[in-house]
Ligand binder design. Structure first.
Ligand code: B1M
Length: 211
């Protein structure tokens, strides 16, 4: 039986060698990459979030843990997370909205979308609505993915969608939104076509919107 709590706690404590060991152990014991991600690493990030809120951890330390988590995902879990179907579903322009620099969730969603056969144009973080509209015009995707992690940057999702509407491009694309503070109600309010709470449901939703 793998110890996901240990993975979470060691990640939050910044104990990198131990996290690698525990993740490898869980893989050796036959645990799925998804379970290690959801019940170990994501829970660890949740602990870090709480410490951040209580000001028990400084921003550079949070960043260090976040970067380490990305490495573990890329080096140890990515190939396993990507096993599955590889059908072509189309092109997605994806961005973290202006004012927001969080990208671990965005990168995870992109990784899963690519694994499912989407071509993804990643515009990165802190992306102004104008840049997003320009990219839609240039790349002609059939979908737009917008991520926001802060309550203060959620309104930028609406601003971005409004820019897409004003540019006359709204009918060409489906818009998918997500990020920790986003929910279905918000997605409906801002006129998105869909909301997903995590990377795998985002991929399922993108597939159904593409069809
Ligand atoms: Co920030 N931060 N942060 N942070 N940070 C949060 C979000 C926070 C909840 C922490 C807290 O206080 N508890 C809080 C937000 C509070 C709020 O708005 N209500 C917060 C804050 C306040 C801040 C700063 C303002 C702190 C400061 O400077 N005083 C600052 C803002 C900077 C900015 O953006 N302008 C800041 C900075 C940072 C770091 C740079 C240090 C770092 C980010 C590094 C990076 O991303 N490269 C950071 C981190 C790491 C976090 C926490 C700890 C972890 C976020 C994360 O990566 N989670 C976070 C607390 C938390 O979430 N528990 C926190 C793991 C990731 C896999 O999950 O991103 O939720 P997530 O993505 C999921 C889903 O949301 C979904 O799928 C993903 C995978 O399952 N999803 C989508 C995401 N996008 C999607 C799009 C979709 C569909 C699904 O369709 C398009």
């Amino acid at each position: 039986m793998s110890d996901f709590v240990q993975i979470a706690e060691n990640l939050a404590a910044g104990n990198k060698p131990r996290v690698r060991e525990l993740v490898q152990l869980a893989l050796d014991q036959g645990e799925s990459a998804k379970k290690i991600l959801d019940e170990g690493l994501m829970k660890g990030m949740g602990i870090v979030g709480g410490m951040m809120e209580r000001e028990e951890i400084m921003i550079p330390e949070v960043l260090d843990v976040a970067q380490f988590m990305s490495h573990v995902i890329n080096e140890m879990l990515k190939p396993l997370l990507l096993e599955g179907d590889m059908n072509p579903y189309g092109k997605v322009v994806f961005a973290t909205v202006q004012g927001d620099v969080h990208d671990i969730g965005k990168n995870l969603v992109i990784m899963m979308l690519e694994g499912a056969g989407f071509q993804v144009i990643d515009l990165g973080i802190d992306v102004p609505p104008e840049t997003i509209v320009e990219s839609i015009r240039e790349n002609q995707p059939n979908m737009l993915g917008l991520s926001a992690l802060l309550t203060t940057t959620m309104p930028m999702i609406k601003t971005t969608i409004d820019h897409v509407i004003d540019s006359g491009l709204r009918d060409q694309i489906k818009i998918l939104v997500g990020g920790a503070p986003v929910d279905q109600e918000f997605a409906d309010e801002v006129g998105a076509d869909g909301y997903a709470p995590d990377a795998s449901s985002a991929t399922q939703l993108a597939k159904s919107l593409a069809n």
